[in-house]
Design a protein around this ligand. Structure first.
Ligand code: ADP
Length: 316
């Protein structure tokens, strides 16, 4: 087993299908996130009472913390269809026009990684988000004409790991912003138990807590570790997951007692030894580790900072 696998932020297709099967459908099934659930419930009830589409919503925070999950739950609590796309998938203005004109009344368009939207596409979104109209330019040069199409009322839910990359005009068009923080050990323990139940896996309380404590405070990672421990349990013919199985799996995955994996340790070691514990640029650090700057910035850095790690208290 490879430690990079634990922390990778990127989801492949299989994983997306698997995650889909584990996603809560209602607020009751969502663990923690009490403040977010309360605000969203009020927004949903108000929109329903008024018979209007929900206001546009933005979720931001590191990967694996429930942005997509909450978006699905909002759609199911609103009882409206949800359509999924991502900032990088919308390449041309025509792509966005095709999506927007086919949205059912009050439906939700979920745009993952919304910071990747091109400026030209963002500009079409502004009037669509504000006035439910789509301005299409037909022809070129002096004879070009703008055609205005009325759209059904709809809601955009944007998710991003990089809020700072979203232009101010786009940010301002979201009526509600939620910053999703890391999960506590208690929340992740409940989450591990919930997913184990859904997967038909038996696990004892101590083992659930152990997984929670070593999951970088991140739901997706807790689920990945649970799956790896389950594999080991199957191979060893164990019926119930116990702390020893968890420990053995984590040590094979290179995850230490603090939940740090090989790359976390390599980052801290590099800052300490190669850069004499001085501030170092992200690209330089990434190059020294042959790693993608984005992986370090989005997945590793927020966790290390949250954990209060710096090279001064680390002796790797
Ligand atoms: P993000 O969109 O922020 O990358 P996801 O919403 O895809 O994260 O969450 C990753 C996985 O964690 C999903 O499979 C989901 O089932 C689970 N999950 C995340 N947050 C919660 C939660 N609060 N309660 C239950 N499951 C959750």
């Amino acid at each position: 087993m490879n430690s990079r696998f634990v922390s990778s932020s990127l989801k492949n297709e299989n994983e997306e299908r698997f995650e889909q099967s584990l996603r809560p459908k209602t607020f009751d099934e969502v663990i923690g996130r009490e403040a977010e659930k309360q605000s969203l419930s009020i927004m949903i009830e108000s929109a329903k009472k008024r018979g209007k589409a929900l206001d546009h919503i933005m979720f931001h925070g590191p990967p694996g913390l429930g942005k997509t999950t909450l978006s699905y739950v909002v759609a199911s609590e609103m009882n409206v269809p949800i359509h999924i796309t991502s900032g990088s998938a919308i390449e041309k203005t025509g792509d966005l026009a095709a999506i927007l004109t086919s949205l059912e009344p009050n439906s939700i368009l979920f745009i993952d990684e919304i910071h990747r939207l091109k400026r030209t596409i963002e500009e079409i979104l502004y009037p669509a988000m504000e006035d439910n109209v789509l301005d299409i330019v037909i022809g070129k040069g002096p004879s070009a004409k703008t055609l205005r199409l009325e759209l059904n009322q709809f809601t955009i839910i944007g998710a991003t790991t990089k809020l700072s990359m979203i232009s101010a005009p786009l940010r301002d068009r979201f009526g509600m912003h939620f910053r999703l923080d890391f999960y506590s050990d208690d929340e992740l323990t409940l989450l591990v138990q919930q997913k184990a139940r859904l997967l038909g896996i038996e696990i004892d309380d101590e083992a659930s807590l152990k997984i929670a404590q070593r999951s970088r405070m991140t739901a997706r990672i807790a689920i990945r570790i649970l799956k790896r421990v389950f594999d080991l349990a199957v191979v060893k013919g164990e019926k119930i997951i116990n702390p020893y199985l968890v420990e053995e799996t984590l040590s094979m995955m290179g995850v230490d007692e603090n939940g740090l994996d090989e790359l976390d340790r390599a980052i801290l070691r590099s800052i300490l030894k190669n850069f004499n514990n001085r501030p170092v640029g992200l690209n330089t650090l990434a190059a020294s580790l042959s790693e993608e700057p984005e992986t370090i910035e989005l997945v590793y850095e927020p966790f290390l900072i949250k954990k209060g790690f710096d090279t001064k208290n680390y002796e790797g």
